[in-house]
Structure formats: structure tokens, C-alpha cells
Design a protein around this ligand. Structure first.
Ligand code: GLA
Length: 400
């Protein structure tokens, strides 16, 4: 197997000696927190349209080791990246391109300070991640929420999991300039092993659904095409949806979000929208929301075949109507859909690169990967990464 997703996993226990090597001092005062990646089973690009989504936290984690300092300094190190970032807790944190990953952390600190959280001293951290960056399984939310949780626990802010999720989203909006929805941060903060989560993004009500897949597993397939949400058409898609909503409201349709429309209601009111592109964007949202409801019932009834068909339909809609896939994701998902033992496949996350998922019979995983890899590298010219995932827990303290 090839690609960044299948490289050797880092053992978080190694963080402690590494931490002492960098910072010296007492190992007993160091704590480690873990933060998972996520897959979204179905419900794409509708969290910011008041839709329902169905993600799960998975067993790939980012780890944050942290210890308070005696002065007001903040020091960041990451095992994977050379160089140290140093700030002061009294700084007025602002986004700065040269601060690279430290922007995500400073973004969280800026939001904590805006909330009135007081820091009596600084702290030092060492991080490592087994979640590939820019890979579509939410490496950035894992970083934001893992760091927010570590800081909240260390300084006794006792933020709830929902507050952690909101803090991550606010940091993306106010600091990173990405108008993301709440799905990624929410599942990373509240996810639970063995469960997927049905989240209503309009109300933030959520329920856990046992992820019982029998002989099937979700295989994550990484295009290895890295992209940043801030460079992608993500914000543009969001504003296109807002334009449709405003047009419908102006014409007397009484809704607060696009996903309040059932498919039947959408067919009744879509005449108010004349732009072909906007019609396609909105159609995706309304029908994708319905697919989430159908997927949750299919899973409840143990009907994995129907679940697979819904995954395929979701991909087609994201390709043709929402237009956020591209040749890499299409090659992966469409090749996967043709393989023996695969019930369905779709892109997951924002798209434009990143990852796809496939529901594959456990005895067919090896041949599945081999075949999809062969086609993918033939068409794209470099290899994809693959791994079969299990569910995982939301942000937690990692006990040594
Ligand atoms: C990214 C965003 C989420 C969501 C997905 C698309 O992952 O962070 O809020 O909008 O894209 O479903």
C-alpha cells in the first residue's frame, strides 16, 4: 500500500521523552490529549445550509502534549516539522502566513481570550499527527479541537464539547478566513467509538447511531492531492447557496435555511431561481439532505446495499450539480464503485482533492485496494493512499 495515509503511525508514548529532550524539566507534569480525524458518511456541503449530516470520528489521531510554564511564553513544536514557534500569552494574536500551522493554534487562543478566558501563565506543547494534512479527513479541525481541549483542560476552563466545537468553527471564520460549517469540529469534539452521529446543523441536536457494518468496512482513499479550504472554491459554494436562499425568501418562501425544503417543496418553488448554476447547487443540497435521512434509516434496518446506493448517488450529485470533485476524486470513487465487494463510494469532506470513502467487504479489501490503485495511478500519474478505518473517540485525554 502506498501514499501518505499508509506510512508508519507515530506512537504517542514517544512524545514524552521527545518533550523532555526539547523543553527539559519534569515529565510528570506533561499531559497528552488526542483528537481524531473524521469521515463524513453522507451529507456533504449541507452543514452550512441547516442540513443533517452523518459523520463518524475515526481511529486516526493527532496528539498534543502540553505543560504549563513559569513565565508568559507560549512555545509550539511539532515532531513532523522542524522549527519552533514562540509567542507570548499577552500577544494580540493575528493571522500571519509565515506562522504556518501555528495560525490554527493562535486562532483558538484569540477566540478563548475573546470569550474572557484568563491565562495566569504560558505553556509549551509538542504535537504529532497520524492524520494527513489537507487530506479531507479534517486534519485542521483535529488540530483546532485537540489544542482547544488540551488548553481548556490544562487551565481549568472546563469548556463543554459543544463549546470546543464552536470555538474551532469561530477560529476558522474569524482567524483563518474559511466560512466552514460546524460538522467537522462537532464530530471531532463529540464523536464516540462504535457510533456515527446524526447531527442537525440547524439546531445542533445530535444522536449517536451504532455503526454496525457486519462484514463491511469503510476504506479511506486519499487522492494525495493536497488542497487548503482557504484556496478552494469552498466560500464561493457557500455564497451561491446564500444567494438562492435570499432569492426564495424575497419571493415569499418562508424558510431560514435551504435544507428546510423537502425535495417536493423545492420542485414547487425552484421556478423563482433562474440561474442554471444556482439551480444545480440548491438541488444538490435539498436532495443530499433527504439522502442523509434515507441513509440513517437504511443503516438502522441493516440495509447496507441501500446505504451503498445512497453513497453513489451522493457522489454523482457532488460531481454534476455541486461540482466539487475533480478527476482525482472521480477516478477513485467511480473505480471503487465498480469493484467486486464494494457496495458504494463517494468523496468525503469538502472535495477538490482530499479523500473518498468506500464501503467494502472485509475479505475483498486487499484486491479492492490493488485494483483501485492500479487504475488511479494509471490515470492520475501518482499513487493514492488507502486504509480501512474503524470508528474512534472524540477529543480525550490520552492515558499513558
Ligand atoms: C469541510 C467543512 C465542513 C463541511 C464539509 C463539506 O469539511 O469544514 O464544515 O462543510 O467541508 O460537507
Amino acid at each position: 500500500m502506498a501514499g501518505s495515509l499508509t506510512s508508519k503511525e507515530y506512537d504517542p508514548k514517544e512524545l514524552i521523552p521527545e518533550f523532555v529532550k526539547i523543553y527539559g524539566g519534569n515529565a510528570a507534569d506533561i499531559k497528552i490529549y488526542s483528537s481524531p480525524a473524521r469521515i463524513n458518511i453522507i451529507g456533504e456541503h449541507i452543514d452550512y445550509n441547516g442540513g443533517k449530516v452523518f459523520p463518524a470520528a475515526i481511529n486516526r489521531y493527532l496528539y498534543v502534549a502540553i505543560r504549563k510554564r513559569n513565565d508568559s511564553k507560549i512555545v509550539y513544536n511539532d515532531v513532523r516539522f522542524p522549527g519552533t514557534f514562540e509567542f507570548d500569552i499577552n500577544d494580540d494574536f493575528k493571522f500571519d502566513k509565515k506562522n504556518d500551522y501555528a495560525n490554527y493554534l493562535n486562532g483558538i487562543l484569540s477566540q478563548l481570550k475573546a470569550k474572557g478566558c484568563l491565562f495566569p501563565c504560558g505553556f509549551e506543547i509538542l504535537m504529532v499527527s497520524n492524520v494527513p494534512a489537507g487530506g479531507g479527513i479534517s486534519s485542521s479541525s483535529a488540530l483546532e479541537c485537540g489544542f482547544a481541549f488540551a488548553v481548556s483542560e490544562t487551565f481549568g476552563f472546563n469548556l463543554s464539547r459543544v463549546e470546543i466545537a464552536k470555538l474551532g468553527q469561530m477560529s476558522e471564520h474569524n482567524f483563518m478566513g474559511v466560512n466552514c460549517g460546524i460538522m467537522d469540529q462537532f464530530i471531532i469534539a463529540t464523536g464516540k467509538k462504535n457510533y456515527a452521529e446524526k447531527l442537525d446543523c440547524a439546531t445542533l441536536e445530535y444522536e449517536y447511531a451504532p455503526l454496525e457494518l457486519g462484514d463491511y468496512r469503510f476504506v479511506v482513499m486519499n487522492t494525495n492531492k493536497v488542497r487548503k479550504l482557504s484556496d478552494s472554491k469552498y466560500n464561493e459554494r457557500r455564497s451561491q447557496c446564500e444567494t438562492v436562499l435570499a432569492t426564495l425568501q424575497k419571493n415569499g418562501v418562508k424558510i431560514n435555511a435551504l435544507c428546510e425544503l423537502s425535495p417536493a417543496k423545492w420542485e414547487e418553488v425552484k421556478g423563482f431561481v433562474s440561474d442554471e448554476i444556482l439551480l444545480k447547487r440548491a438541488k444538490h443540497c435539498v436532495y443530499e439532505n433527504q439522502r442523509v435521512l434515507d441513509a440513517v434509516s437504511a443503516l438502522k434496518n441493516g440495509d447496507l446495499v441501500s446505504l451503498g446506493k445512497l453513497l453513489n448517488a451522493s457522489h454523482k450529485s457532488l460531481k454534476e450539480d455541486y461540482e466539487v470533485t475533480g478527476i482525482e476524486l472521480d477516478t477513485l470513487a467511480e473505480t471503487a464503485q465498480k469493484q467486486e465487494g464494494c457496495l458504494g463510494s463517494r468523496m468525503t469532506g469538502a472535495g477538490f482533492g482530499g479523500c473518498a470513502i468506500a464501503l467494502v467487504h472485509k475479505d475483498k479489501i486487499d484486491s479492492f485496494i490493488e485494483n483501485v490503485q492500479k487504475t488511479y495511478s494509471g490515470v492520475i500519474g501518482y499513487e493514492a493512499g488507502f486504509f480501512a478505518c474503524e470508528t474512534g473517540d472524540g477529543v480525550s485525554e490520552y492515558k499513558l
